[in-house]
Design a protein around this ligand. Structure first.
Ligand SMILES: *[C@@H]1O[C@H](CO)[C@@H](O)[C@H](O)[C@H]1NC(C)=O
Ligand SMILES: *[C@@H]1O[C@H](CO)[C@@H](O)[C@H](O)[C@H]1NC(C)=O
Ligand SMILES: *[C@@H]1O[C@H](CO)[C@@H](O)[C@H](O)[C@H]1NC(C)=O
Ligand SMILES: *[C@@H]1O[C@H](CO)[C@@H](O)[C@H](O)[C@H]1NC(C)=O
Ligand SMILES: *[C@@H]1O[C@H](CO)[C@@H](O)[C@H](O)[C@H]1NC(C)=O
Ligand SMILES: *[C@@H]1O[C@H](CO)[C@@H](O)[C@H](O)[C@H]1NC(C)=O
Length: 434
């Protein structure tokens, strides 16, 4: 009887070939941290250059230090929340360059390394549950590793970070012999071992997601308390785990989603979200434009060879030029021709090596920038291009010239545009935010 029932069950299954109804739509909010005061243009630029192994221009390191010190002095005026730590006396040179406003900071032993923003100083918080532990991760459409600050790192390396401890997870399993290593042109990077655990992202759950545990991180990641790790959302071919390459969270979760998409609804100083499984029509205005993605390099990449400044004529920058949509980068890095033409329309804007890039008077009324996304023009609001103050008068541009043969459209782009990443047909959709 039991056997018969079993056979009946098989027959029933065979008779109903309809796939499991896919219903999954999941949302993770991306909340701005009201306490965040750490915007530093040159540091944001340096981070992007490192990520893409692009050459680091002379003067940028100095500009990073100078901006850090400016930032600290402004914070000390506004509040006393700056965490003071180890002194690096070479900071004195940067102090001199930065002007005299920071003399008090120097006296109390604030040098270059104190640039580290205070504990938990993150600009946006996107919580991810890994084996019951919640970490704020950087959702990064420009890479394909899910790596975290782990309990295997030294205390010195984890100050200001939240760490994942595999020993406190019921569901963690080590992948014997697996390692990961992400390295950048300047020698910075992260490396460690790999296991699987249940990763839950606003309800979208993968039970055996590869989670890469850092046992070593370079100083630049230690200093960047914005990151307790990254959640890579580019194509799995960029994943660095060896000997067996691992799939991204998106690739793993895709079969259980209503539609094979995730969307980035990122806003300036407001609650935004990443949503998996649908393109929410309430999030954008007009019709969404979809363009095919060039997956050769594993990025969400498309051609972008035209631009316009404000309501000016559409111009060609570089024929065939490629760009990628990267939620894990802050700034826009555009063809030098675009940056030059744009800032030429801003009175008194200059490309200042000492400041680390294009700067302009903070009270400038910046024009909009039109960028080409696979043949269709998308707008970036001028108000989003004023990124951070560098000194009493000048501000650092949120759009800078790329030093390499690839344009990177980061957060500044996403603030003006709602973007859909379609993994089903490898296309990218965009439209202005609702
Ligand atoms: C911001 O700071 C306040 C006061 O220190 C604290 O209570 C609050 O939790 C902080 N918010 C975040 C998101 O860190
Ligand atoms: C201090 O900072 C300078 C410039 O970044 C660096 O070359 C030097 O190694 C640092 N010294 C220490 C002790 O960290
Ligand atoms: C620079 O700071 C020092 C220490 O606070 C002060 O004595 C000096 O007058 C300042 N110089 C200028 C030019 O502001
Ligand atoms: C986990 O616990 C074991 C045994 O107590 C210890 O040897 C190991 O270092 C711990 N691992 C981590 C990542 O903390
Ligand atoms: C990909 O799928 C979307 C719907 O999710 C559709 O609008 C688009 O036209 C498709 N193809 C391309 C190449 O954009
Ligand atoms: C796709 O990307 C590769 C690598 O960036 C580039 O060489 C190629 O020209 C691109 N293809 C098209 C059709 O744009």
């Amino acid at each position: 009887m039991k056997v018969l029932c079993f056979l009946g069950f098989i027959a029933l299954v065979a008779a109903s070939p309809a796939p499991i109804h896919k219903r999954g739509v999941y949302k993770v909010e991306r909340v701005p941290n009201p306490n965040y005061t750490g915007r530093n243009g040159p540091r944001a630029l340096l981070k992007t250059l490192r990520k893409y192994r692009m050459p680091i221009p002379d003067g940028l390191m100095d500009a990073v230090a100078k901006a850090d010190i400016e930032m600290i002095s402004r914070r000390q005026i506004g509040s006393s929340r700056v965490r003071r730590q180890a002194t690096n006396t070479t900071g004195a040179a940067a102090l001199a360059a930065a002007g005299n406003t920071t003399a008090g900071a120097a006296a109390t032993g604030v040098g270059l390394v104190t640039a580290t923003p205070e504990q938990n100083d993150v600009e946006y918080l996107s919580p991810v549950d890994i084996g019951g532990q919640t970490l704020n991760l950087d959702f990064d459409s420009g890479s394909s590793d899910l790596w975290v600050f782990s309990s295997q790192l030294s205390t010195a390396a984890t100050t200001g970070h939240t760490v994942y401890d595999p020993n406190k997870s019921q569901s963690f399993a080590l992948i014997q012999g697996a390692t990961f290593s992400i390295s950048y042109g300047d020698g910075s990077g992260a490396a460690g071992n790999v296991g699987t655990d249940t990763v839950n992202l606003g309800g979208a759950t993968v039970t055996k997601q590869a989670v890469e545990l850092a046992t070593a991180v370079s100083q630049s990641f230690v200093e960047d308390t914005n990151n307790n790790g990254l959640l890579g959302l580019a194509f799995s071919k960029l994943n660095t785990v060896k000997p067996a390459q691992q799939k991204t969270f998106f690739d793993n979760v895709m079969p259980s989603l209503a539609e094979p998409v995730f969307t980035a609804d990122l806003k300036k100083a407001a609650v935004g979200s990443y949503e998996f499984g649908r393109v929410d029509a309430a999030k954008f205005t007009g019709a969404m434009t979809f363009v095919p993605v060039n997956t050769t390099q594993g990025f969400w990449q498309f051609t972008s060879e035209k631009f316009a400044v404000g309501t000016g004529a559409v111009q060609t920058s570089v024929a065939g030029s490629q760009a990628i949509a990267d939620t894990g980068t802050t700034l826009i890095l555009a063809e030098p021709a675009v940056a030059r033409a744009y800032y030429a329309q801003v009175p008194n804007a200059v490309n200042d090596a000492q400041a680390g890039g294009f700067v302009f008077p903070c009270n400038s009324n910046l024009p909009d920038l039109m960028l080409d996304i696979g043949g269709t023009m998308a707008k970036v609001s001028g108000s989003d291009i004023n990124f951070a103050q560098v000194d009493a008068q000048n501000c650092f541009g949120g759009m800078q010239a790329t030093p390499a043969n690839l344009q990177i459209y980061g957060d500044i782009f996403f603030k003006s545009n709602f973007v859909a990443f379609n993994g089903g047909n490898s296309s990218l959709g965009f439209a202005p935010h609702a």
